[in-house]
Design a protein around this ligand. Structure first.
Ligand code: GTP
Ligand code: IMP
Ligand code: MG
Length: 333
C-alpha cells in the first residue's frame, strides 16, 4: 500500500477474489479498481457463511466503505454489471470509466460457437470478440450506453488523485499470467495481456505509481478450457486428492497439476511481484484448515511455504487456509 496490484500467477482461478476481499476488509482501501479482461472472470468469495459470485464489480465489494471502480481497459457487460450492483446494493459507490468497451449480444454469439468455443475453450462471455471490435475501432463505449449514465467516471483521474492524497488503492487483476495474449500458451489464451503492467494500463496507473505487486498462486495448478498443462493429473486422481474444482463462470471441471516452480518463477519475473499469496494450503494440508497463524501450521505445510520462498526468492505474505475471507494467515509487517 498505498497502491497494491493483485495478479494471478498461473492460469486464473488462483483465488484472487478471496485474497482481494481479505485485503479490502483488513486494509480498508478508499478505492478498489478492476483491471483485466471482463466478465469471463469469476470470483467466488465466502464471508460469514454466505457465498458470493462476482464477475464485473471489484471483489472488494464486501467492504461498504470502499469505492468500486472499473478501468477503461475492461470490457463491460451492462447486464452483468447492473445485476451485481443491484444484488450487492452498491449503487452509491460503483463507477465505470467513460471509455470501457461494451459487450453486446452479437459478441456473446460469436464467442459461444465455432473455433473460439471448440478449440480454445473460451468462456462464451463475448470478451474476445468485443476486444477484436475495439481493435477495429467499432466497439461501443460506456459513455454511449444510457443504462450506465449514472455510474460514469474518469477512473484514471480518480485513482491518481487518491494516490496524490496518499489514500490506499487496491488494483484488481483477473485471469492469470499464462492466459496472457503476449506471455501465455498462445493460442490457448485470453484476448489481452493480463500481467501486472497490463492491469495498470487497464486502470490508468503509470509504472512508477505501483508500490506492491502481490502475485497469487494456488497450492497446486488448475486450468479450465483447452491448452497445455504440464504434469496434468487424471481427473479421478484430482478427486482422490480433493483437488477437483468447478469453474465459477462456465461450470466446467478445472484440470489440475502439482505446483509448478518453473511457471511460478517466470510469473514472478513477468509481473515484478514483490509478495506472494498462496491459496488453498488447507486443500493440500487439511490439518491446517482455518488457521490464522503461521506458527500453528504443521511442519510439512511450513516446509511447503518456506520452499516456495527459497525457490522464488520472494516472501509469502498471505496464506489461504479455507474459502472464508478470515481463513487467512497474514505475515505482512
Ligand atoms: P479469476 O479471476 O476467474 O481467475 O478467479 P479467482 O482467482 O478469483 O478464483 P476463483 O474464485 O474462480 O476460484 C478460487 C476458488 O477457491 C473459489 O471457489 C474460492 O472460494 C476458493 N478458495 C480461495 N482461497 C481458498 C483457500 O485458501 N482455501 C480453500 N479451501 N478454498 C479457497
Ligand atoms: P476467453 O477469455 O473467454 O476468450 O477464454 C479463453 C481461455 O481463457 C479459455 O481457456 C478460458 O477457460 C480461459 N479463461 C478466461 N478467463 C478465465 C478466468 O477468469 N479464469 C480461468 N480461466 C479463464
Ligand atoms: Mg475464477
Amino acid at each position: 500500500m498505498p497502491s497494491t496490484v493483485i495478479v494471478g500467477g498461473f492460469y486464473g482461478d488462483e483465488g484472487k477474489g478471496k485474497i482481494v476481499s481479505y485485503l479490502a476488509m483488513k486494509d480498508n482501501p478508499v478505492i478498489a479498481v478492476r483491471g483485466g479482461v471482463g466478465p469471463n472472470a469469476g470470483h467466488t468469495i465466502e464471508h460469514n457463511n454466505k457465498k458470493y459470485k462476482v464477475r464485473m464489480l471489484p471483489s472488494a465489494f464486501l467492504n461498504p466503505d470502499t469505492r468500486l471502480l472499473i478501468g477503461p481497459g475492461v470490457v463491460v457487460s451492462p447486464e452483468v454489471l447492473l445485476k451485481e450492483i443491484e444484488e450487492f446494493g452498491t449503487q452509491d459507490r460503483s463507477y465505470v470509466d467513460f471509455q470501457c468497451g461494451i459487450i453486446e449480444e452479437s459478441h456473446r454469439t460469436i464467442d459461444s460457437q465455432g473455433r473460439l468455443k471448440q478449440s480454445i475453450g473460451s468462456t462464451g462471455t463475448g470478451t474476445g470478440p468485443a476486444n477484436a471490435d475495439r481493435a477495429m475501432r467499432t466497439l461501443k463505449l460506456a459513455k454511449e450506453i444510457d443504462s450506465l449514465a449514472f455510474y460514469l467516471e474518469d477512473v484514471p483521474n480518480t485513482i491518481n488523485f487518491a494516490l496524490d492524497r496518499n489514500e490506499k488503492v487496491l488494483v484488481e487483476g483477473t485471469q492469470g499470467t499464462f492466459l496472457s495474449l503476449w506471455h501465455g500458451t498462445y493460442p490457448f489464451v485470453t484476448s489481452k495481456d493480463v500481467t501486472a503492467s497490463a492491469i495498470c494500463s487497464d486502470v490508468g496507473l503509470g509504472p512508477k505509481r505501483v508500490d506492491d505487486v502481490i502475485i497469487v498462486f494456488k497450492s497446486y495448478v488448475t486450468r479450465v478450457g483447452e491448452g497445455p498443462l504440464k504434469n496434468e493429473i487424471a481427473p479421478e486422481n484430482a478427486v482422490s486428492r480433493g483437488w477437483q474444482e468447478i469453474g465459477t463462470v462456465t461450470g466446467r471441471q478445472r484440470r489440475a497439476a502439482d505446483f509448478d516452480f518453473d511457471l511460478a518463477k517466470r510469473a514472478i519475473m513477468l509481473n515484478s511481484a514483490t509478495q506472494i499469496a498462496i491459496t488453498k494450503l488447507d486443500v493440500v494440508f487439511p490439518e491446517c484448515a482455518h488457521m490464522q497463524s503461521f506458527s500453528d501450521l504443521s511442519s510439512p505445510a511450513k516446509y511447503f511455504i518456506k520452499n516456495i520462498e527459497d525457490q522464488l526468492k520472494t516472501p509469502v505474505t498471505l496464506i489461504g487456509t479455507g474459502p472464508e475471507v478470515d481463513d487467512t494467515i497474514d505475515r505482512r509487517e
